[in-house]
Design a protein around this ligand. Structure first.
Ligand code: SF4
Length: 392
């Protein structure tokens, strides 16, 4: 199958690379990843380079994001191969190039190598700074490793670092959440991403919930979200998406914060991107592609010289516009009606007139003559709000 529908001059500006290995599977994790295995990782790197070779002519990356899994689990030699492939294929030099790191797998050598290879942003999976909760989540790192890794990254020259945190973890009290927020913001990172725990089927945490081992306290989760917004704002961050906060820099109130993640903004504004690696999705020319969520199959397909694409979906224009509306409303700035029209060809204020009115009535939405956005309460329940925009 050849999903390429690009003409020769068209270049895609976003690239996502999925690295499907972790040292250990966390209790809550539903991402596609497997416990690391030396031989499989070697095969993966070969396959990844092959996949990049197949699509390099369609790419001119402004943003690159290595996610996972745990990209930092790849060893120095494997990273050298990947970085060399980026250079050889003309894919290096992105304005924003992020690599996700686990604090347990950040060494000074690796940090220096990544920085010198063009990586200029690190997203570190901290989740909590409470030792007991880190154990509860099945994380392989300790709180001390977070502080040490942060220093290592700064010493290697990374001046754009995100910290990922989680709240509403079973057993987490408001005091513990406050302490984590305080210590995390004191580190002085440029960006914070804070997610509420979600209970995905097929995870140990979900099974424990089903077995009645703990209860979910929705009110506490709401209070923790409020605390997050208050704390992050007073620490100098600006919220620009449900779960994302960044240092504003010189950006005016209307603009996204200077240290906002450009790669993710491209997703929320319906921009195009290629996705490589097992389970990765791409979105180009209105079509969504998805690679097989099977590392062995992925490697076998690439060894035969073809991409490991499981599916290509093309939504109707209206269904796609509904998705675009829902995604964009995750951002605090919502949608300007003219921007939405330019992006999708549809009128948000007409096609979804009733839905906008319902959301305004229940306090989840705010509408002006030019734009629509979710309120703080609406952002907290954005997934429920999003459902109103979906069309067959
Ligand atoms: S490190 Fe991330 S991707 Fe890996 S198992 Fe834990 S949550 Fe999942």
């Amino acid at each position: 199958m050849n999903p390429s529908i690009l003409d020769k001059t068209h270049r895609v500006g976003g690239l996502y690379v999925h690295v499907p290995f972790c040292a250990h599977k966390c209790e809550y994790c539903a991402f596609f990843s497997e416990v690391s295995n030396g031989e499989r990782m070697e095969q993966y790197v070969e396959a990844l380079v092959r996949e990049l070779e197949l699509i390099a002519h369609e790419l001119s990356p402004r943003t690159v994001f290595f996610g996972g899994g745990t990209p930092s689990i790849l060893n120095l030699r494997q990273w050298e191969k990947i970085l060399a492939a980026f250079q050889r294929l003309g894919l290096a030099g992105a304005t924003e190039w992020t690599v996700e790191c686990n604090p347990a797998t950040v060494s000074a050598d690796k940090a220096r190598l990544l920085r010198s290879g063009g990586v200029n942003r690190i997203s570190m999976g901290v989740q909590s700074l409470d030792e007991r909760l880190l154990d509860r989540l099945g994380r392989v790192h300790s709180r001390e490793m977070v502080f040490k890794s942060f220093d290592t990254l700064r010493t290697a020259g990374f001046d754009n670092v995100n910290l990922d945190l989680m709240f509403a973890i079973p057993g987490q009290t408001m005091e513990v959440w406050r302490a984590t927020l305080r210590e995390a913001t004191q580190l002085g990172s440029e960006h914070l991403s804070c997610y509420e725990v979600i209970y995905e089927e097929d995870t140990p945490l979900f099974q424990q919930l089903q077995a009645g081992e703990f209860d979910v306290d929705e009110n506490l989760a709401c209070d923790m979200y409020d605390e997050l917004i208050e704390h992050a704002t007073s620490a100098g961050f600006r919220q620009y998406e449900i779960a994302n906060f960044a240092r504003p820099g010189d950006a005016g109130e209307e603009a996204d914060p200077a240290r906002a993640c450009r790669h993710n903004i491209n997703y929320w504004r319906a921009g195009e991107y290629h996705g490589v690696g097992p389970s990765a999705t791409g979105y180009i020319g209105g079509r969504r592609t998805r690679n097989w969520s099977n590392t062995q199959l992925y490697c076998e397909q690439l060894a035969k010289g073809r991409r490991a694409i499981e599916s290509v979906d093309e939504l109707s224009p209206l269904a796609r516009a509904g998705e675009v509306a829902a995604f964009g409303l995750r951002m605090n700035r919502g949608w300007r009606f003219d921007e939405f029209r330019e992006t999708t060809g549809f009128e948000l204020a007409e096609e979804w007139r009733v839905d906008l009115a319902v959301l305004v009535d229940c306090g989840w939405g705010e509408r002006s003559d030019e734009s629509f956005r979710l309120t703080r309460a609406g952002l907290r329940f954005a997934d429920a709000a999003a459902e109103r925009f979906l069309r067959p």
